[in-house]
Design a protein around this ligand. Structure first.
Ligand code: NCD
Length: 320
């Protein structure tokens, strides 16, 4: 079903396909030996033209735990891009060596272009301020594990999800909002300064699907309504001028005081890295789930890699 497929944006996979990935990830979480050697002999290329900690390392950890190997670069300065090589040529070359490519690139649309010239699957690990679909797999698995009720679509539904921070440039927000719009009885609350509002292609998508959402500048006002709060960092690297960044960077700081008005079973997520937007004191609150979220990211990437490389099929997990 997923063998040979690329993942460029969250709607590339059906809800049913995502559900299969989540079930597979849950099995891997339960049983550390599950699919352990399934990718032996397979090679994953990780091409990171932008900084990363979790995404790159969790992909590499996932591949190594599946018995496969990794090659690639974390510094564009060490690739032939600095000599002027086009992205298409880099991808055509790397696809001669690897069975799948994970790429992060500062240009919106770069992953789509790569998938069009690559004979092997391409996974978008972030294209500029556009999309980040494997973070969405991570986020949905975390919501399903912590707030799901089981049953259809893992019981993700009937939740009010708040997004707070840089909703303009935050690619994880764009991908998650688009993906959540497919689930039933989801409503969204976008909390940001006017300058960092969610882009029209995301709010328009929600309007087209009749997904209820509101926009506000005040986190305090909506705190008590939320089942999930998705905090984000202000994306310094995407600002055109440093003064605007400095003015906006500390607009929202979640601390214990603000948590007092929150629901008892709120789930606080953050794709990380955090800068100032969540005070470290919140980490000890049982509602803080962002480090558990990072771990789910590895499990779901193991599920994804073994599925697109066709090795999960051999275990009879995902029917072709
Ligand atoms: C996010 C990203 O790169 O978009 N990080 C991640 O992949 N976990 C969020 C961010 O950098 O703020």
């Amino acid at each position: 079903m997923l063998e040979g497929r690329s993942l460029i944006e969250p709607l590339n996979f059906t809800m049913e396909e995502m559900d299969l990935l989540f079930s597979l990830a849950e099995k891997i979480e339960e049983d550390g030996t599950y699919l352990r050697e399934s990718c032996r002999g397979k090679l994953l290329a990780t091409l990171f033209f932008e900084p990363s900690t979790r995404t790159r390392l969790s992909f590499e950890a996932a591949m190594l735990r599946l018995g496969g190997s990794c090659l690639g670069f974390a510094e564009p300065g060490s690739s032939s891009t600095v000599k002027g090589e086009s992205l298409a040529d880099t991808i055509k070359t790397v696809s001669c060596y690897a069975d799948a490519i994970v790429m992060r690139n500062p240009k919106e649309g770069a992953a789509l272009l790569a998938s069009r010239v690559s004979p092997v699957p391409v996974i978008n690990a972030g294209d500029g301020g556009h999309h980040h679909p494997t973070q969405t797999l991570t986020d949905l698995l975390t919501i399903r594990r912590l707030r799901g009720t089981g049953g259809t679509a893992g019981g993700i539904g009937g939740l009010t999800v708040g997004f707070c921070g840089d909703l303009k440039f935050g690619r994880t927000v764009h991908s998650l909002a688009k993906a959540l719009a497919r689930y039933e009885r989801i409503s969204m609350v976008f909390v940001s300064p006017a300058e960092l509002k969610a882009p029209g292609y995301i709010t328009g998508h929600l309007e087209d699907r009749r997904v209820p959402f509101t926009e506000t500048e005040s986190l305090e006002k909506v705190m008590g309504d939320l089942d999930v709060l998705y905090m984000t960092r202000v994306q310094r690297e995407r600002f055109f001028n440093e003064e605007d960044y400095i003015r906006l960077k500390d607009t929202y700081v979640l601390n214990s005081e603000k948590m007092k008005n929150a629901k008892k079973d709120l789930v606080i997520l953050h794709p990380l890295p955090r800068v100032n937007e969540i005070a470290p004191e919140v980490d000890a609150d049982p509602r803080a789930a962002y480090f558990r979220q990072a771990k789910y990211g590895m499990y779901v990437r193991m599920a994804l890699l073994s599925s697109i490389l066709g090795t999960a099929e051999h275990k009879g997990e995902i029917p072709c």
